[in-house]
Design a protein. Structure first.
Lengths: 354, 291
């Protein structure tokens, strides 16, 4: 089911949670709402589910306005951050709940409910725990029960609020993969909220980056990562170096040397040059000074565990982080205290905020 | 195989002596001894002595005294009114607890404090206050009189007094459970298609039921034992609005110590059976709703 969101606004007292948000969710896609806390992403999700109401604007499902439809009539599966399982019910009864509260005319026979719940529990790999209570399950298992419960009503939309937020790193990774497979099998339009950029980029078909109640950018993970709309998106999508420079006559300069940048340069004045650690190019420092167009830096620390080495460099008093492969590191024979040349493969420049 | 054998071998031994295992706070012996001595002095010996005194009169007289119509009726009034009041409180106390937990409104702290008033007030104060209002010449009593019935000096008046003294028990036992209950759980039920009524009966009520039963049990026990507030509003008409504790006092005033002791012992027996029953009920709901 496609969802159209038009100019939705929501305030809580003096706080603007959503300031006129518009978004089209395509049928069958897995969409991530990504942003820091307080960016309005959860509020938007709750408005779609009918758990909160927009002050202005509209949300429509397949072209039908949802204003007068209460949460229980929307056929929306909602997975809560803290699972919100019914603790006095077994896993089985939790999953069966949505089927058992249906009106008598629509309610499946008890036999069919049983079959359907068994099916769902098999799908989330929990059939052996059907008679347990939620308090007897681990976090990852509870999350899967919550998911099975939401899927039991055959929702047209699946909404997940920070679905992996309360889980530890290993379980989170496994569940992420598993959710992706599940989505590929079922093709339910799904929206999940996260503040973890890695999760959003890895899992989603499209990513919506939000900040201060506004949508900043919408695009595929590659688009958003490679072509961030502004400095906020660049910053939020992962480790980044910020170097203070200037723009002079349309050229970004760092310590007087020109920096090759992607995209627009902007007006003259103080500027911030953004460069990701893996786009910092290091070279062997020549014996006779620094070649033109490059900078020189001194290695201040070095972490070489795992496939990628991380270096902290001192570039004329600025801290600069760089990432390179272990092979490259041994070619360069760098160690703490040694000098090297620095260049930037890709960088972006944005005017400095006053 | 060996592992299974060893666990079954060690388990019973461990469980049997678990209370002797070293704990963080030492002094099990002293604490346990103190508990026993304390319970004996305060509870067991006085009650046991009373039962022995009652046994002095012999079975036949014991039953004759207990089964006298006036005494039976007093039992009926005492337990019936206490039960009715506890059940009324179960509903309204739940509403009060709900309002206090779920809503933020001006004056909430004052209402919160008011709930505890029946705990703190001497019950005779409550009795006088309630009688003044509910007697036929009082505010509400006059309205009831106009409508053709009496509140004070009838079992209805007793129920009102017991509702008054029992309410805090329900509110204060249910409140923490409600506080603990996430609003998300209700939202989850709604998003799964449950109506408000279904959310209440299938999700909220089962969760708070164990606490509610505990509260009802406490309010009921308090109601059975209540004396001060009831004697004012009840009017104490034999075979109409006379409660067992009052009957005991009346016997004492007539220097009928044997009769008073017998009735007191019977009262103790019935109360004990009721508490036992409530305990079983609690265990049953707890096991059904596992944690």
């Amino acid at each position: 089911m496609a969802i159209e969101i038009r100019n939705v606004e929501k305030t809580f007292g003096a706080f603007t949670a959503l300031g006129g948000v518009s978004l089209d969710v395509r049928s069958g896609e897995l969409l991530a709402l990504l942003g820091p806390s307080g960016s309005g992403k959860t509020t938007l999700l709750r408005i779609i589910a009918g758990l909160d109401h927009a002050d202005a604007g509209e949300v429509s499902f397949d072209g039908q306005d949802t204003r007068d439809r209460a949460a229980r009539d929307r056929k929306v599966g909602f997975v809560f951050q803290h699972y919100a399982l019914f603790r006095h019910m077994t896993v089985f009864d939790n999953v069966a709940f949505g089927l058992r509260v249906k009106k008598k005319a629509e309610r499946p026979a008890e036999m069919d409910i049983r079959r359907r719940v068994d099916q769902l529990l098999t799908m989330v790999q929990l059939s052996h725990l059907a008679s347990r209570y939620p308090s007897q399950l681990s976090g990852g298992q509870r999350q899967r029960v919550a998911l099975a419960r939401a899927l039991a009503i055959e929702p047209k939309v699946l909404l997940l609020d920070e679905p992996f937020g309360a889980l530890d790193a290993k379980v989170r990774k496994d569940l992420r993969k598993w959710l992706r497979h599940l989505h590929d099998d079922m093709h339910i339009t799904s929206i999940f909220v996260t503040h973890d950029q890695e999760e959003a980029l890895e899992l989603a078909d499209r990513v919506v980056v939000m900040n201060h109640g506004q949508i900043i950018q919408v695009g595929t993970p590659a688009e958003v990562y490679d072509h961030p709309a502004d400095s906020f998106v660049f910053d939020f999508l992962g480790g980044v170096n910020r170097l203070n420079g200037v723009i002079e006559a349309g050229v970004a300069r760092l310590d007087g040397k020109a920096v090759r940048v992607d995209g627009a340069v902007g007006a003259d004045g103080p500027a911030v040059i953004y460069v990701r650690p893996h786009q910092v190019e290091l070279g062997v420092a020549p014996a006779d000074g620094v070649p033109d167009g490059k900078w020189s830096a001194r290695v201040s620390s070095l972490h070489a565990a795992g496939p990628v080495a991380r270096l902290e460099l001192d570039l004329a008093g600025r801290a600069l982080e760089a990432q390179l492969s272990r092979d490259r590191l041994s070619d360069l024979a760098l160690e703490v205290g040694s000098w090297c040349t620095v260049d930037f493969r890709h960088a972006r420049v944005f005017p400095a905020k006053s | 195989m060996t592992a299974a054998a060893s666990t079954t071998a060690t388990k019973p031994a461990r469980r049997g002596w678990a209370f002797l295992a070293p704990t963080i706070l030492p002094g099990f012996g002293t604490a346990f001894g103190f508990t026993l001595a304390y319970l004996c002095l305060i509870v067991l010996i006085p009650l046991g002595h009373m039962a022995l005194r009652a046994a002095d009169v012999g079975w036949d007289r014991f039953w004759a005294i207990t089964l006298a119509p006036r005494v039976l009726h007093a039992f009926y009034v005492s337990f019936g009114c206490a039960l009715a009041a506890a059940l009324i409180n179960a509903v309204f106390g739940l509403v009060v607890a709900w309002v206090l937990v779920r809503y933020r409104f001006p004056g909430r702290r004052i209402i919160d404090a008011m709930v505890d008033l029946p705990f703190a007030l001497p019950t005779s104060v409550a009795g006088i206050a309630l009688t003044a209002i509910y007697a036929p010449n009082g505010w509400i009593g006059a309205l009831a009189k106009a409508a053709g019935f009496k509140i004070a000096f009838t079992p209805l008046g007793i129920v009102i007094a017991l509702v008054f003294v029992g309410m805090p028990f329900i509110v204060r036992t249910v409140e923490p459970v409600l506080q603990d209950l996430d609003a998300e759980v209700e939202e989850a039920a709604a998003s799964l298609g449950a109506t408000r009524w279904q959310t209440f009966t299938k999700v909220l009520l089962p969760t708070i039921l164990p606490a509610l039963i505990t509260g009802v049990a406490l309010a009921f026990a308090r109601g059975v034992g209540e004396y001060g507030s009831v004697i004012f509003i009840a009017g104490n008409i034999p075979a109409v609005s006379e409660i067992v504790p009052l009957l005991i006092v009346a016997r004492l005033e007539q220097y009928d110590y044997a009769g008073a002791t017998v009735i007191a012992t019977a009262m103790m027996g019935v109360s004990f059976l009721m508490l036992l029953g409530i305990n079983f009920l609690q265990r049953w709901t707890r096991s059904r709703h596992a944690r």
